[in-house]
Design a protein around this ligand. Structure first.
Ligand code: ROI
Length: 163
């Protein structure tokens, strides 16, 4: 099975409950198991600061669902969790699910870029991922995870792991 990693984020509603519910929904997809999940990390928003702090996590999946189909399933899970797509770029959201990595695939098409386009600059993604794969992990086409994290220093600090 290829190693597949999903980023989870929420800053509206009961974020911990929403992340837990999203993990259950992922695990309930036919042909998909959640095999690992990081702690939940509280983080300051990247982007507009007049929004609540986020909870972020990274989950590892075993799945035979193709990348494009998986993207569709993630968007359906977001909708079930009352995700509203509005005009506000980088605004608050009940649930964000992004495919970070799909084995060693590198994909660039209109709706989907893998590895996820912003991941190498986001400590709220890299720290939970590091928990699962270790600092020496190589992000395909990008580089060593620990080196990416070292370049995130200017970002608002990550809070503590909460569960
Ligand atoms: N900021 C943080 N800390 N965590 C997120 O998950 C997150 N997601 C986003 C933007 C608005 C870029 N900021 C975020 O989409």
């Amino acid at each position: 099975m290829p190693q597949i990693f999903i980023a989870l984020g929420s800053n509206l509603g009961s974020s911990a409950d929403i992340l837990r519910s999203a993990l259950l929904a992922l695990n309930a997809l036919p042909g998909c198991q959640v095999v690992n999940c990081s702690h939940f990390y509280r983080s300051k928003p990247m982007g507009p600061q007049d929004q609540p702090d986020y909870l972020n996590a990274v989950a590892e999946l075993n799945t035979c669902i193709s990348p494009m189909n998986l993207l569709n399933k993630l968007q359906a899970i977001e909708l079930v969790h009352e995700r509203v797509r509005n005009e506000l770029r980088w605004g608050p959201r009940t649930l964000d699910l992004d495919i970070l990595l799909y084995a060693d695939l590198q994909i660039k098409n209109e709706g989907l870029t893998i590895p996820h386009i912003g991941m190498s600059k986001r400590n709220f993604v890299l720290l939970p991922l590091q928990e699962l794969v270790g600092p020496e992990f190589v992000i395909p086409g990008v580089g060593v995870l620990a080196d990416c994290l070292a370049h995130c220093e200017g970002q608002p600090s990550l809070g503590m792991k909460i569960e």
